[in-house]
Design a protein around this ligand. Structure first.
Ligand SMILES: [Zn+2]
Length: 258
């Protein structure tokens, strides 16, 4: 029989990262132990210093609530920043779920008739895609990038973005979501055709801005629907006109304290 002292602590919860954390010895870990959010995290959420940088806010919250990654209990902010965004978003959803429960009230606007459909989402039942071949995404661009010598480059390899990337581009993202995305992709691009690495480094954001919207959409799709992590694409039926539509999970009430 379990006594009070041997019962598992109810504030601690296991989570399995979709991609995983590689520690300083090069060992990969997927097991994370989280604790529920407390008044300390309520203060982080209300802290003005973090309200203009969502990446830093998430780093601070996770740093506060992660008890262990693998066996390691000394988790630094830098380690939390180095986690892939997909893993961070997964941990945030777990944090919300273990603290306030898995139900989330969400509303979606029908793109056809404009009616609003209200749904109660179950955060614990969202599909999670686990990485099986690393954290790189290969995309065949339709139009590609033409360099100054007239050569066409169409195969793009991106590593998935991390918290450090989010933190670095937050201010650009806030000013202009499109140029913010160029900065983010430029940080993540590993290869583009056989373009020399130094040119990719020097020209990254400009190259991203030069891509056609067709290609930019291909990149979005690859990062949003094929990459590992929680699948946030919701398939809905409009209450008013009955049409089926898809939308990204409404996270507007996600961490609201009410
Ligand atoms: Zn409708």
């Amino acid at each position: 029989m379990l006594s009070e002292t041997t019962a598992p602590p109810r504030r601690e919860h296991d989570a399995t990262l979709p991609i995983g954390y590689v520690d300083r010895d090069g060992v990969a870990h997927r097991k994370v132990v989280l604790r529920k959010m407390t008044g300390r995290e309520e203060a982080i959420l209300a802290d003005r210093r973090f309200q203009r940088n969502g990446g830093k806010l998430v780093t601070e919250l996770l740093h506060s609530c992660i008890l262990r990654i693998g066996e390691d209990e000394q988790i630094t902010r830098a380690a939390v920043s180095s986690l892939y965004s997909a893993d961070r978003n997964y941990l945030l959803l777990r944090l919300r779920s273990i603290t306030f429960g898995p139900e989330l009230d969400a509303t979606y606007t029908c793109p056809t008739c404009g009616a609003v459909t209200a749904v109660t989402e179950d955060l614990d039942s969202l599909p999670v895609v686990e990485a099986d071949d690393g954290a790189e995404v290969r995309i065949e661009l339709e139009d590609g990038y033409i360099d100054r010598d007239g050569s066409l480059h169409t195969t793009m390899v991106l590593r998935l973005p991390t918290g450090a990337d989010e933190e670095a581009v937050a201010s650009q993202m806030r000013d202009n979501a499109s140029t913010g995305k160029n900065a983010l992709l430029a940080r993540c691009v590993q290869r583009l055709g056989d373009l020399a690495p130094h040119r990719l480094d020097a020209m990254g954001p400009k190259i991203m801005a030069d891509l056609t919207m067709t290609d930019r959409r291909l990149i979005d799709r690859a990062l949003n629907s094929e990459a590992p992590g929680v699948d946030l694409v919701r398939h809905l039926d409009c209450d008013a006109c009955g049409r089926a539509f898809t939308a990204s999970l409404d996270l507007s009430n996600f961490l609201s304290l009410a």
